[in-house]
Design a protein around this ligand. Sequence first.
Ligand SMILES: *Cc1c(COP(=O)(O)O)cnc(C)c1O
Length: 458
Amino acid sequence: MSENKIPYKTYLDENEIPKAWYNLRADMKTKPAPLLNPGTGKPLTAEELTPIFCEELVRQELDNDTAYFPIPQDIVDFYRMYRPSPLVRAYCLEKVLDTPAKIYYKFEGNNTSGSHKLNSAIAQAYYAKQQGLKGVTTETGAGQWGTALSMACAYLGLDCKVFMVKVSYEQKPFRREVMRTYGASVTPSPSTETAVGRKILAEHPGTTGSLGCAISEAVEVATQTPGYRYVLGSVLNQVLLHQSIIGLEAKAAFDKIGVKPDIIIGCAGGGSNLGGLISPFMGEKLRGEADYRFIAVEPASCPSFTRGRFAYDFCDTGMICPLAKMYTLGSGFIPSPNHAGGLRFHGMSTILSQLYHDGLMEARAVEQTSVFEAAELFARSEGILPAPESSHAIRVAIDEAMRCKETGGEKNILFGLTGTGYFDLLAYQKYNDGEMSDYIPTDADLERGFAGLPKVEE
Ligand SMILES: *Cc1c(COP(=O)(O)O)cnc(C)c1O
């Protein structure tokens, strides 16, 4: 290793954990489009949102101007249990790739939930508790968000009701047990517990479910049960705000070692880790202080950015949630059941959608077998067993590093390693047995999703 000056891991001190989250919207010239009331087509007001979400979270959701939100001390104290997270120089991966590129990753898998989602789960649970609520409802796909939320609720003494996409509920029984261990109740979705679940089951008997369906169920229960609100683990502006902790720490760690990243890469499901990771760097770019390349990576089987439409759409299948203007495949889009790598939401953060639309960020879609190939290479060189979601970012980081090898460029590449893959071993098994295939939706498949887009006058 020629560059021993740069440590394998750069940690901040505990007391260097950022004291405020950064709201990227404050620096955006074109703000993300507002959420609309599906009934009236008018921008949603705080009064309309407070029956669904906690009051402080509504304030954060709607605030496009305040650049910094102080992090309450209780949340900082919780963060101290697993933060700051390390910024790692992937020396071993660089060596295997024999690349002149310098590869760094910010590792968010160092907590029991195994992902970055805990950063927002604790914040959302905290504000629910502050408001005197009894509990929260939510959906979970692969299970990381449900696990993170159940950990946060256990810590604060809140009830937690999770609707888990049925296919994951069946494929990941151990995820469910982790959530139950933390005291959450877990229901496979669609279920017969809600009107919307019964309707979806009647229309699509035998469906394996989708995040969109599970969201509809969780919102229905939250709005009809006194003392409950709904919380969401991705997509929303407030979630990107909380996740800015990832980027703020990464930036502080880079400053410590005197390095500036050139390319910043993240996987994109609803956009929360990517939005959080890039926030302070994108802020500099928007203010004209520095330049970076940003790359969002999504599955070729659920390609919201690269093949979706930039349009107002529902966030849920039951069409009861607000309309968001985003890159979307249509709220009726359900990825092929053989899709194993998470990131299955049909839409995308309105903030990231606007940035992508304005040409400030690139996007790339990758096929799942190539994602698992990258995951395996990473596990064998860097030791960590990555989550399939995170491995989308690994794939493109490797591709960019190999491009540096061809061109002789010595780029600094940063990617978000959002979590670990211990609960994804069925997917790894498929890959190891040579039984994983790629499914790329046809244009006709996508047209069916687009046909369900609501007509909205802007
Ligand atoms: C949920 C999740 C993602 C994707 O969600 P985003 O909101 O797009 O960040 C990525 N990686 C892991 C490990 C996750 O749990």
